[in-house]
Ligand binder design. Structure first.
Ligand SMILES: NC(=O)c1ccc[n+]([C@@H]2O[C@H](COP(=O)([O-])OP(=O)(O)OC[C@H]3O[C@@H](n4cnc5c(N)ncnc54)[C@H](OP(=O)(O)O)[C@@H]3O)[C@@H](O)[C@H]2O)c1
Length: 311
């Protein structure tokens, strides 16, 4: 288990991504994935109110509702760290105080719980003063509806400003950042943003840990993959992507594990990262990811991957 920033949340070093539940994974498969993740010792589940509004026939809230029904069936809630997000649901967009007040009730209702462990601002809403957003979040913490706050998709300047406002105005502050970050998407996080996260004592919980599936190794020249993610993931299949896959293949063979586990272990080994997020549509896919939680790569192995993924 690893501690998130200055919070009291201890999490399994692999966070289970929830956008598949009610989208590419039906309820039965979703429950099986959640059961298998918890049975392996996993306790950190990531979702958002908007998941998966983009899918045909869905309007958002499907993922939270699946997780809520699973929690009810499981009958135990307190050994889990449930993270969800506000700001992107088409019917509750943005981070105004009024919206946050309404949106949190929707999330709590769908999850069937009286508290959210980690509540993220899903996006940076520049139309609302940060003090208003943080004030509304602080109310939720005081009411016990939310335990800790986090930000997703904030840039360095805005995250610094938000942290400064929390300190100055005595408001609850973000304890984690959820950025896009993986072996083939590095520039957005490494550098200034990672340095700020480190200096301020936050943790990073990177999303798209598998680069939408590319880092599982199933995208290869001449192979067609049937997934709504195929266009995005397949775009990484260039010279650099092939270099990364070659090193991943070699290290996966050496450690007798999967390509996906090596890619996630690299991410988990980066400074500031507490737990990469990855999703699995099936229990078989999950099995391939769980090795990341215990795999320790040697310094030179990490370095080889870092160099292969450099632009
Ligand atoms: N904060 C944000 O703005 C934001 C944005 C995006 C995502 N997220 C979070 O991050 C999580 C992870 O992102 P993601 O799920 O979109 O992408 P990802 O974790 O990079 O990729 C996961 C996908 O790869 C494929 N896969 C996983 N294991 C596999 C295996 N063993 N073999 C073959 N294929 C495998 C599956 O898709 P297919 O079977 O369809 O190929 C799976 O859904 C999300 O669930 C969500 O919680 C947050």
């Amino acid at each position: 288990m690893a501690r998130i920033g200055t919070s009291d949340l201890d999490v399994y070093p692999l966070c289970l991504g929830g956008n598949v539940f009610g989208w590419t994974s039906d309820e039965q498969q979703s429950f099986a994935v959640l059961d298998a993740y918890a049975a392996a010792g996993g306790n950190f589940i990531d979702t958002a109110d908007v998941y998966s509004a983009w899918a045909e026939g869905n309007s958002g809230g499907e993922s939270e509702a699946v997780i809520g029904r699973w929690l009810a069936r499981r009958g135990r809630r307190d050994d889990l760290v449930i993270a969800t997000k506000v700001g992107q649901l088409p019917t509750a967009k943005g981070l105004s105080a009024a919206n946050i007040k309404v949106a949190v009730e929707g999330s709590l209702h769908r999850l069937g719980t009286d508290h959210i462990d980690l509540y993220y601002a899903h996006i940076d809403d520049s139309t609302v003063p940060l003090a208003e957003t943080l004030g509304a979040f602080t109310e939720l913490v005081k009411e016990g509806k939310v335990r800790h706050l986090a930000a997703s998709n904030y840039d360095t300047d805005r995250l610094a400003e938000a942290l400064e406002i929390s300190k100055r105005e005595n408001l609850a502050g973000y304890v984690a950042l959820q950025p896009e970050y993986n072996l083939v998407e590095r520039e957005g996080y490494e550098g200034k943003l990672a340095a700020l996260v480190a200096i301020e004592g936050l943790s990073a919980v990177p999303y798209w840990g598998l680069a939408k599936g590319f880092l599982t190794g199933k995208y290869r020249p001449g192979v067609t993959v049937d997934s709504p993610r195929a266009a995005g993931a397949g775009a990484y299949l260039d010279d650099r992507g092939l270099r990364v896959l070659a090193v991943l293949d070699e290290l996966a063979a050496a450690h007798r594990t999967s390509v996906a586990s090596v890619a996630l272990a690299w991410l988990g080994a980066q400074p500031t990262v507490v737990a990469p997020i990855a999703s699995a549509r099936t229990v078989e896919q999950l099995d391939d990811l769980l090795g990341a939680a215990t795999l320790e790569l040697a310094e030179d192995e990490i370095q080889r991957l870092t160099e292969a993924g450099a632009r």
